[in-house]
Design a binder for this molecule. Structure first.
Ligand code: A3P
Length: 291
């Protein structure tokens, strides 16, 4: 099959104070006017925090299936609007399953208001900044629908400056964290906890969502959603995605806590930590960079 051609890599621009590309702003009015339903479940994350993992777990918990349909079709990406493929909104309009599982990377202030009005449940997944930055760097190298990442040193500086698609990691994780303090419909979870004990985190998810899956079902979901199994599964590993170049890097790359140590120099790590302390000084939100 002929490979579909995308336009050149998109450019970052400031969009109401957040760095974005047109692939996530071109459909803005339709996204903002999206009509959520009370039973919709939103999976919200900063990019590369474990979105696919948690989406797949939820998909399996609700629809326990070895589906021949791609995860991106079963868990549409709300704000995605990229040439040559249906937009997230179009995919959501076609979705016949209930509840709908919906993915978003929007910072909290951009979420369409119907999600709040309908009191939808939100699962927010956060990942420590250092591993998140490394994962994002490799993703931007291989994803032709993302801006050119440049070299690691420049990329890291841009990450610290918040000049990433979907803006500042610091604002994203703290924005959703603050919202969670007054909204019990938000379940805030951590990638590191998932790695440490996937079963425990799945139990917490089930309890938040009111799901009474059997131990047997949960064991099966946990098994299927292990890194090596997801990496082999073409319905979830993005191998069918035309914007990603797996010769540069796979989507399911390492799946570890602490890979940052293979990327940060000592000087980069110290500078990052100093800057981190300043940016995160007003929050109680804590991350683990090793487990
Ligand atoms: P790495 O690049 O560090 O390997 P997202 O889905 O938000 O884009 O996040 C992708 C990151 O989550 C990648 O991190 C990917 O490998 C990791 N990931 C996906 N599924 C995973 C799993 N089952 N277990 C551990 N990590 C997983």
């Amino acid at each position: 099959m002929e490979r579909m051609e995308l336009p050149p890599r998109p450019k970052l621009f400031d969009f109401h104070g957040v760095s974005m590309t047109n692939y996530f702003t071109d459909n803005w009015n339709n996204v903002q006017n999206f009509q959520a339903r009370p039973d919709d479940i939103l999976i919200a994350t900063y990019p590369k925090a474990g979105t696919t993992w948690v989406s797949y777990i939820l998909d399996q918990l609700y629809y326990d299936q070895s589906s021949p349909v791609c995860l991106l079709d079963r868990v549409p990406f709300l704000e995605l609007h990229i040439p040559l493929i249906p937009s997230g909104i179009e995919m959501l309009d076609k979705l016949t399953t209930t509840p709908r599982l919906i993915k978003t990377h929007l910072p909290v202030q951009f979420l369409p208001k119907s999600f709040w009005e309908q009191k939808c449940r939100v699962v927010y997944v956060a990942r420590n900044a250092k591993d998140n930055a490394v994962s994002y760097f490799h993703f931007d190298r291989m994803n032709m629908a993302q801006p050119e990442p440049g070299d690691w040193n420049n990329f890291l500086q841009r990450f610290m400056d918040g000049k990433m698609v979907f803006g500042s990691w610091y604002d994203h994780v703290t924005g959703w964290w603050e919202k969670k303090q007054t909204n019990s419909n938000i379940h805030y979870m951590f990638y590191e906890d998932m790695i440490e004990d996937t079963g425990r985190e799945m139990d917490r998810l089930c309890s938040f969502l009111g799901l009474s899956s059997s131990t047997e079902d949960k064991d099966r979901v946990r098994e299927r959603s292990q890194f090596d199994n997801m990496k082999k599964n073409n319905m979830v590993n993005y191998s069918t995605d035309f914007v990603m170049d797996f010769k540069i890097s796979p989507f399911m790359r390492k799946g570890k806590v602490g890979d940052w140590k293979n990327h940060f120099t000592v000087a980069q790590s110290e500078q990052f930590d100093d800057d981190y302390k300043r940016k995160m000084k007003n929050t109680h939100l804590q991350f683990r960079t090793t487990i």
